[in-house]
Design a protein around this ligand. Structure first.
Ligand SMILES: NCc1[nH]cc(CCC(=O)O)c1CC(=O)O
Length: 264
């Protein structure tokens, strides 16, 4: 919603650059806009912000945990089927405000949020647990920013300037993750987690598709060896590894598992 409004302002010339959270951008390219830079990614993990310093395992049976994300609801269901997921909306401080809310009707025991957003707002002190990406993969592109400009001659100098904050590895890893969404024809509301990282000479990608309640899940992991660390070779490796992960997920019945996989 915010990304669409910002893009309208950019196309209308009301601003010249947008700083998006990359995970909020549709995977399809915008015909009139360009991703001028993807800076180095912040922490891609999800965090639990619970009352009394509690971790997910320590929450009492039937605890109420706030999140509006189908992926987080499924992951919560997989980890703690007894816990109740409560649909919440609003900005990060609004969501944090539900923990220990004075109104018992609205009060929650915890909320699930992205480490990156909490960090940018200086709210790390609210975090009581960070979930390892290996068991709790997050939204494609989570933790990364995207700097967007108009695709026009007048923006070329601006684009060259913004290239100073480009981080080639982040661009390639978020490409691999977003291709999973795009190739599964899934929207941002699909219960899918994807995590890519570059280690030694390998680009690793792991993606998990969940049933809505998290009781069933499918995971696929592959690695590709980029020819070099150039942007073009890393992008080729990202497409290669994403293609193999998606083929394996579909071959194992991902579409039946999550009929919620629908076009954005
Ligand atoms: N869904 C909304 C959203 N979009 C980006 C972030 C912050 C994390 C990021 O920039 O990747 C958040 C909040 C959240 O998921 O907790």
């Amino acid at each position: 919603m915010f990304a669409v409004a910002l893009r309208e302002a950019l196309v209308a010339g009301e601003c010249d650059v947008i700083v998006h959270s990359l995970k909020d951008l549709p995977t399809a390219e915008h015909p009139d806009l360009r991703l001028a830079a993807v800076p180095k990614r912040a922490d891609a993990r999800d965090a639990l912000c619970a009352r009394d310093g509690l971790t997910l395992a320590e929450l009492p049976e039937g605890a109420r945990v706030g999140t509006g994300s189908p992926r987080r609801i499924a992951q919560l269901g997989a980890a703690r089927p007894d816990v109740v997921a409560v649909d919440i909306r609003g900005n990060i401080d609004t969501r944090l405000g539900f923990v220990g809310h004075e109104d018992p009707e609205r009060r929650l025991d915890a909320v699930l949020l992205a480490c990156a957003g909490l960090g940018r707002l200086g709210r790390e002190a609210s975090v009581t647990e960070r979930f390892a990406l290996s068991g709790w993969p997050t939204a494609p592109g989570q933790g990364a920013l995207a700097l967007e400009v108009r695709d026009e001659r007048g923006s070329r100098a601006l684009e060259r300037g913004l290239a100073a904050v480009e981080h080639v590895t982040t661009r390639a890893t978020v490409l691999a993750e977003r291709l999973v969404l795009a190739d599964l024809e899934a929207g941002c509301a699909a219960p899918i987690g994807a995590t890519a990282f570059l280690e030694d000479e390998l680009l690793f990608l792991t993606a998990t598709v969940y049933s809505a309640d998290g009781t069933r899940q499918l995971t696929s992991s592959h690695a590709a060896t980029p020819e070099s660390r150039s942007a073009a070779d890393l992008a080729d490796a990202a497409r290669d590894v994403a293609g193999r992960v998606v083929a394996e997920l579909l071959g194992n019945g991902a579409a039946d598992l999550a009929p919620a996989l629908e076009s954005p």
